[in-house]
Write a protein that binds this ligand. Structure first.
Ligand code: DC
Length: 220
C-alpha cells in the first residue's frame, strides 16, 4: 500500500509549511487540499457564481482546470498562487466547504494525488475522510494568537494588507465554521498524534513528524 501521512489542523497552524517540508524530506508527493477549496472559491467569484448556490459551485469544482507545479498553482492557465491566499478567498473557501455536494465533487481529484513512493496530504479531513488508511495521522495545531501572528506575516510577505484584530476574529470564526459543520468537520482522526506548534520552530515540527513516521513505518 502506498504510504500516506495525513496532516490536519486549523487554519494558519503551519500545516502547509510543515507538510511541504516533510514531503520534500521523504521524496513524497504533496496535496494541499485547502488550495482546492480556495481555487473553487476563486473560480466562483471570477465567474460571478453565488457562493450559496451549492449545485453550480459543485459543478464548477468537478470541472476545475487546475495544474500544480512545484511552486505554482494555475487556474484556467493563469498563475493564481498568490491570489488564492487572499484572506477573503480563505473565508469564501471555508463557507463553501460546508456544502456536502462540493466536498463529494472534490474527492476523486484528491485521491488522484496518491502516487508512489508516498503522499503527504494536508487539510481538515485527510485522516478522517479522504485517506482513512493513512499510516500516520497528525493533528497539527497552535494557539489562535500564534496562528494570527503567522497569518499576519504571511499576508504582509505576499504584499496584502493585514490587521491583527480583524485576523484574530477571522480565525476564530473560521475555526468555528470548520469544526462545527455537519459534514467532515475538523477534528483529530482516531489514533492521530496531536502536535502543538505554538512554541516550536518549523524545523522542530518537521523533525517530530519524521520521527513519528519512522516509528510508524518500523512498527508496521
Ligand atoms: O487550509 P486552508 O486555510 O487553505 O483551507 C481553506 C478552507 O478550505 C478552510 O477554511 C476549510 C476548507 N478546507 C476543508 O474544508 N477541507 C480541507 N481538507 C481543506 C480545506
Amino acid at each position: 500500500m502506498i504510504p500516506v501521512i495525513a496532516i490536519d489542523g486549523p487554519t494558519a497552524s503551519g500545516k502547509g509549511t510543515v507538510a511541504g517540508r516533510v514531503a520534500e524530506a521523504l521524496g513524497f508527493a504533496y496535496l494541499d487540499s485547502g488550495a482546492l477549496y480556495r481555487l473553487t472559491a476563486l473560480a466562483a467569484i471570477q465567474k460571478g457564481v453565488e457562493l450559496n448556490d451549492a449545485l453550480t459551485v459543485s459543478h464548477l469544482a468537478s470541472s476545475l482546470d487546475v495544474r500544480f507545479s512545484a511552486e505554482q498553482i494555475f487556474l484556467d492557465g493563469e498563475d493564481v498562487s498568490d491570489a488564492i491566499r487572499a484572506e477573503e478567498i480563505g473565508v469564501a473557501a471555508s463557507k463553501i466547504a460546508t456544502m456536502p455536494t462540493l466536498r463529494a465533487a472534490l474527492v476523486d481529484l484528491q485521491h488522484g494525488f496518491l502516487k508512489a513512493p508516498g503522499l503527504v496530504a494536508d487539510g481538515r479531513d485527510m485522516g478522517t475522510v479522504i485517506f482513512p488508511q493513512a499510516q500516520l495521522k497528525i493533528f497539527l495545531t497552535a494557539s489562535v494568537e500564534a496562528r494570527a501572528e503567522r497569518r499576519y506575516k504571511q499576508l504582509i510577505g505576499k504584499g496584502f494588507s493585514a490587521n491583527m484584530t480583524a485576523l484574530l476574529q477571522d480565525l476564530r470564526e473560521r475555526d468555528e465554521r470548520d469544526t462545527q459543520r455537519a459534514v467532515a468537520p475538523l477534528k483529530p482522526a482516531e489514533g492521530a498524534k496531536v502536535l502543538d506548534t505554538s512554541a516550536l520552530t518549523v524545523a522542530e515540527a518537521v523533525a517530530q513528524v519524521l520521527a513519528w513516521y519512522n516509528e510508524a513505518s518500523t512498527t508496521k
